[in-house]
Ligand binder design. Structure first.
Ligand code: FAD
Length: 546
C-alpha cells in the first residue's frame, strides 16, 4: 500500500468519525482533497491534526452541501452563533440571516460559488438569541474529482466592533474635516520638509489669491527671517510659534495683506508595518494663518490720523511761535524810537514834567508790558529726544498721509528709495514734519502756473557720512534770487495757494539744523525744483545733549 492510500484510509476513518451525519460519497472526495494537502517532504501529517486545527480554529468555520445545508460547524461557530452543533447540522446557512442584507449581495455570493470562485463579503447575521452582528464571510467551493463543487466551506468572524470603530473614526474625520473646512482661518498640515499634506477651504482660496504660490512657503520664508535663530521646517527641533505677523505683498500695485501665523509641531505615529514594534514618530507642522489686513489697515488709519493731527498741531504751534516772535520784533522798532526820544528829552532840563514826556514814558511802559505778555505767550518748543529713525519708514508715513491729496490732484509719484538705508539717530516727529513740508510744497508747486508735468520723484541715498533725501518736482521751480529768502518765515509766494503760511521751509530748515544737517536747492536742476535734505549719519554729541 502506497503512503497515499494509507493516508486515505486514515482520513476516511477520521472524517467518518467527524462527519457522522455526512451523506454517502462525501468522505471519498474530502479524503482526496486532504490527501493532496497532507503529503509532505518528510512523510505524512496525520489528518487528525487538520481536523483538530479546524475544530479549534478561532474563526467560525462551517461546511455545507451545494444547497448551503450545514454539514459541519466548528467550536468557534457554536460560540459565535449560539447554536449547538447538534441543532444546526442539517439546517440551511440562511438560518443565520438577519433578513436585512440586500438580495444582490446573496446573488453575488452565489454567482461566485456557481463560477467555482471564492467570495468574500459582509453579511448582517443573527445569533440564535436574535442578536444582530456583522459577519465578514469568506465562502469557497470544495471541488470534487470531477472538477465540480461538492461542498462549500465558509469562514466568518464578527466584525461588528471593527465596523463601529471604523465608522466612529470616519465620522470623527468627517466632523473634523467639516469644522476645519468651515474655519475662517487658513489651516495646513505640513511634513517636516515643508510639503503641504492637508489643507482646508480657506487655505485653498489663499492659493488662488496668491496666484498659485504656495501660501505655506510664502509664510515660512518670512518666518525664517523673523523667528529668532531662523525657522527650519525640516529641523526636528523646530519650535512652536504663535501670532507672528506676516506681511504679504501681492505686487502689481495691490495693497499688502497681513496674516497672523501660528505653528504647532505634532508627533504622529508611523503607519507602516515597520512602525508596529519600533516607534517611528513623524513630525508635522500645523500651520494656522488668519488674515488681519483689515485690523492692520484700521490700526494704520488710527496711527495716520494721530500723526496728521500731531503734525498739524506742530505746524500751528510753529506758526504761532513765529507770529508772536515777529510781533515782538515789530513792536521793538517803535519802542526803540520812543526810547530814543525819551533819552533826548531827559538830556534837556525841565522836560520831565512836560505832558509829552509823561505820555512817552507811559507808552514805553505799556509797550514793554505788551512785549512781556507776548514773550510769555510764545508756546515753548516741544522737546523731542533723539531716537533711532528709519528714514524709509518716515517717508512711507508721510506718503500715506499725502496719498489722498496726490490722488485728488492727479500727481504721479515715483519712490526710488535705497533699501539698505542705515538707521540714523534723529527726531522722529521733526523729520516727518520736515519731509511733509517738502512733499506738500512739491504738490503745491504742481498747481502753479508753468507746470509742465505732474510728477514727484523721491529718492534716498546713503553717503559716506550722511544720508541724502531728495524731493524733485516738475513744477515751475524757484528763481535763483529767491533761493535764500524762501527759507525765511511767512515767505509765501504761491500764486494758486495764497493762504499758505509760508512756514514750511522754515520748519524744514530748522529740523535739518537740529540734526546738524542741511537743506538746499539744487541750482543745476531746471525741470522744476529739486530739494536736498542732508542728515549726518552720526549726530554730534553737542546736539544730543541739547
Ligand atoms: P435565498 O432564496 O436562500 O437566497 C437569495 C438569493 O441567493 C436567491 O435569489 C438566489 O439568487 C441565490 N441562491 C440561493 N441559494 C442558491 C443556490 N443553491 N444556488 C444558486 N443561487 C442561490 N447567508 C447568511 O445570511 N449568513 C451566512 O452566514 C451565510 N453563510 C453561508 C455559507 C455558505 C457556505 C453558503 C453556501 C451560503 C451562506 N449564506 C449565508 C447564504 C444563504 O445560503 C442564503 O442564500 C442567504 O442567507 C439568503 O437566504 P434567503 O432565505 O433570504 O434567500
Amino acid at each position: 500500500m502506497s503512503p497515499r492510500s494509507s493516508t486515505k484510509e486514515t482520513m476516511a476513518q477520521a472524517l467518518g468519525d467527524f462527519f457522522s451525519s455526512s451523506p454517502n460519497g462525501m468522505t471519498e472526495e474530502v479524503i482526496e482533497a486532504f490527501g493532496r494537502i497532507v503529503k509532505t517532504k518528510d512523510g505524512i501529517l496525520p489528518p487528525r491534526v487538520f481536523l483538530e486545527a479546524v475544530e479549534h480554529s478561532p474563526v467560525a468555520i462551517s461546511i455545507t452541501d451545494t444547497s448551503a445545508n450545514i454539514l459541519y460547524v466548528n467550536k468557534s461557530f457554536v460560540r459565535l452563533t449560539g447554536y449547538d452543533q447538534d441543532e444546526i447540522i442539517g439546517k440551511n446557512q440562511s438560518i443565520l440571516s438577519y433578513k436585512v442584507t440586500p438580495v444582490e449581495v446573496y446573488k453575488d455570493l452565489w454567482n461566485h460559488l456557481l463560477d467555482k470562485k471564492t467570495w468574500n463579503g459582509v453579511l448582517i447575521n443573527s445569533t440564535k438569541s436574535g442578536d444582530r452582528y456583522l459577519a465578514d464571510l469568506t465562502v469557497a467551493p470544495i471541488l470534487g474529482m470531477n472538477g465540480e463543487a461538492s461542498y462549500y466551506m465558509a469562514i466568518h468572524r464578527d466584525v461588528t466592533e471593527v465596523h463601529e470603530l471604523e465608522n466612529k473614526v470616519n465620522n470623527q474625520k468627517v466632523l473634523i474635516e467639516s469644522v476645519v473646512d468651515a474655519a475662517p482661518v487658513s489651516i495646513a498640515m505640513l511634513d517636516r520638509f515643508g510639503k503641504v499634506l492637508l489643507d482646508n477651504q480657506a487655505y485653498k482660496k489663499l492659493i488662488g489669491d496668491m496666484r498659485g504660490e504656495e501660501p505655506a512657503a510664502v509664510f515660512l520664508t518670512y518666518l525664517n527671517d523673523v523667528i529668532e535663530g531662523g525657522f527650519d521646517a525640516s529641523a526636528n527641533e523646530g519650535r512652536d510659534f504663535f501670532d507672528i505677523e506676516v506681511e504679504y505683498d501681492p505686487g502689481e500695485g495691490s495693497p499688502p495683506r497681513w496674516f497672523s501665523c501660528s505653528g504647532v509641531w505634532m508627533n504622529s505615529a508611523g503607519i507602516g508595518a515597520d512602525s508596529y514594534f519600533a516607534t517611528h514618530d513623524d513630525r508635522h507642522l500645523l500651520l494656522v494663518a488668519s488674515e488681519i489686513t483689515i485690523q492692520k489697515q484700521q490700526q494704520e488709519q488710527v496711527r495716520a490720523n494721530a500723526l496728521r493731527a500731531l503734525m498739524a498741531e506742530q505746524q500751528l504751534l510753529h506758526s504761532v511761535r513765529e507770529t508772536l516772535s515777529g510781533a515782538l520784533f515789530q513792536l521793538q522798532g517803535p519802542l526803540n524810537i520812543v526810547n530814543a526820544a525819551l533819552k533826548i528829552m531827559e538830556r534837556r532840563e525841565g522836560k520831565h514834567d512836560e505832558p509829552l514826556y509823561q505820555a512817552l514814558v507811559e507808552i514805553m511802559h505799556t509797550g514793554e508790558k505788551v512785549q512781556d505778555v507776548i514773550r510769555n505767550s510764545i508756546p515753548r518748543q516741544q522737546q523731542e529726544a533723539m531716537a533711532p529713525v528709519n528714514l524709509n519708514e518716515v517717508i512711507r508715513d508721510v506718503l500715506d498721509l499725502s496719498t489722498e491729496r496726490m490722488l485728488k490732484e492727479g500727481v504721479v509719484i515715483d519712490w526710488q528709495i535705497s533699501k539698505d538705508l542705515p538707521v540714523i539717530l534723529g527726531l522722529q516727529y521733526g523729520l516727518r514734519s520736515a519731509f511733509k513740508q517738502l512733499i506738500d510744497n512739491a504738490i503745491t508747486a504742481l498747481n502753479e502756473p508753468g507746470c509742465k508735468r505732474r510728477e514727484i520723484v523721491i529718492s534716498t541715498a546713503p553717503g559716506e557720512d550722511h544720508i541724502e533725501l531728495v524731493v524733485r518736482d516738475t513744477g515751475p521751480g524757484i528763481p535763483a534770487e529767491k533761493r535764500i529768502s524762501i527759507f525765511e518765515p511767512f515767505n509765501s509766494e504761491w500764486v494758486n495757494s495764497p493762504d499758505s503760511s509760508g512756514m514750511g521751509l522754515t520748519i524744514a530748515q530748522e529740523v535739518a539744523l537740529q540734526h546738524g544737517g542741511y537743506i538746499e536747492i539744487d541750482p543745476s536742476y531746471t525741470d522744476g525744483c529739486l530739494m536736498r535734505l542732508g542728515l549726518p549719519l552720526k549726530v554730534s554729541a553737542s546736539l544730543l545733549t541739547e
